[in-house]
Design a protein around this ligand. Structure first.
Ligand SMILES: *Cc1c(COP(=O)(O)O)cnc(C)c1O
Length: 410
């Protein structure tokens, strides 16, 4: 008899986006003539810069020529791309890495999901609440949680972030081993200062824990005092893995490429307390379970580090950030309390007094024709909050905010 990994049975249906889609469909069937504007998605909408496509086309042509054709590449990425990453994303900020500390992948969705392979099953996991769901679900699947009840998985340490603590998680009172941090944050759009992040690095050093730092929105940082990388914090190389993606910056959500930094200083421990290199373990894991990302994709990612493409990426980010500004300022004008949206393409707002996230969702859909994301969908502390994204068009964003203003004008 084939048995299953029963940890999967603990997983809650990822009902959030399914429920949203169902509600929208029902509404559209009942109101076929009414427009709806979707500001709920977490996906880019601007096309990729032309020069990225040109670099990829050139790589495709190379594949047709016997002298330049490439078969299997290095499982953990080509040096030409790693060198650009080290030079541009790190050296410019005073951080040095060697090529073997950079692992190229088909996006950090995979890396975040797979990294749990190299850690013991007994580790205690801490996440912020609300949270990007993948950190939680991948640990549930691999057996690092108890059952789900009252909105939470047993055995997982939830660190609430809310208006009261300014969306900066407080250090856990208990000892945790694996800590997931995402800044700029999805879903709240908020950021962390160097000082605050240093507290986490210090905690991890004292407790021999590891920080899994998701920097998917690094390119959206506007304020100069916000760290772009956790390695800007002294001592972080000994306690942190960093995930970076071309998805939300260069528009690679469909192309697929990202990278993960596992510094050579980083160690985990056997039960007997023997230190083991996590870099070597991750290398072994990736070389065994993947055959890498296509040469064509990596040439496309390499083109990100050219002047022309950098300028176009900046333009796209400016476009999205202008949308979040329209949302944030437009809502504040009529008395909404909003958070984030200044260094990330997400605005997190407090729903009107006395309402729950889903009630506000229904009201916004049915009376105003706008789709957003209820905060509760990201964790119990998201109740009473709501996410709107800057990934729509400028025209739709302006129209949506005008309609919200008309409806909620006090
Ligand atoms: C979009 C997103 C990712 C996934 O990135 P990919 O590289 O496209 O897999 C990871 N983390 C956060 C917080 C995201 O919003």
């Amino acid at each position: 008899m084939i048995t299953i990994n029963e940890n999967f049975l603990k997983l809650q249906d990822s009902y959030l986006f399914v429920t949203i889609a169902e509600k929208v469909k029902k509404y559209q069937e009942k109101n076929p003539n009414k427009d709806i504007i979707k500001l709920g998605i977490g996906d880019i909408t601007r096309p990729i810069p032309k020069n990225i496509a040109e670099a990829m086309k050139k790589a495709v042509d190379e594949m047709t020529n016997i002298n330049t054709f490439r078969g299997y590449g290095p499982e953990i990425g080509y040096d030409f791309l790693k060198e650009k990453i080290i030079e541009n994303d790190y050296k410019k900020r005073g951080i040095n890495f060697e090529n073997f500390e950079v692992f190229i992948s088909d996006g950090i969705g995979s890396d975040i999901g797979n990294i749990v392979d190299i850690f013991g099953i007994d580790n205690t996991v801490a996440i912020t609440d609300p949270v990007y769901p993948a950190y939680l679900d991948t640990n549930v699947m691999s057996g690092r949680s108890g059952n789900f009840s009252n909105g939470k998985y047993g055995g997982i340490i939830y660190l609430p972030v809310n208006a009261e603590n300014n969306f900066v998680p407080e250090l856990p009172k208990e000892k945790v081993d694996m800590i997931y941090l995402c800044f700029p944050n999805n879903p709240t759009g908020t950021v962390i200062t160097k000082q605050e992040l240093k507290k986490w690095v210090d905690y991890a050093r004292e407790n021999n824990s590891i920080i899994l730092f998701d920097g998917a929105y690094e390119a959206y940082i506007q304020n100069s005092n916000i760290p772009h990388s956790i390695y800007e914090i002294e001592g972080a190389k000994e306690v942190a893995i960093e995930f970076r993606s071309y998805s939300k910056s260069a528009g690679f959500t469909g192309i697929r490429c990202g990278y993960t930094i596992v510094p050579k200083e980083l160690q985990g421990y056997t039960k007997e307390g023997k230190a083991i290199s996590l870099n070597k373990m991750w290398n072994r894991r990736q070389s065994t379970k993947t055959n890498g990302v296509s040469y064509i994709t990596q040439r496309g990612a390499e083109a990100v580090y050219t002047k022309e493409v950098e300028a176009q990426i900046k333009e796209n980010i400016k476009y999205y950030m202008n949308n979040t500004k329209i949302i944030k300022e437009g809502l504040e004008k009529i008395g909404f309390k909003t958070f984030g949206g200044e260094n990330a393409p997400y605005v997190w707002l407090k729903v009107p007094e006395g309402k729950k996230s889903w009630e506000f969702f229904d009201e916004l859909l049915e009376n105003v024709g706008i789709v957003g994301t209820p905060g509760i969908g990201f964790g119990p502390s998201g109740e009473g909050y709501f996410r709107l994204t800057g990934f729509g068009t400028k025209e739709n964003t302006e129209k949506a905010i005008r309609k919200i203003q008309e409806y909620y004008q006090p």
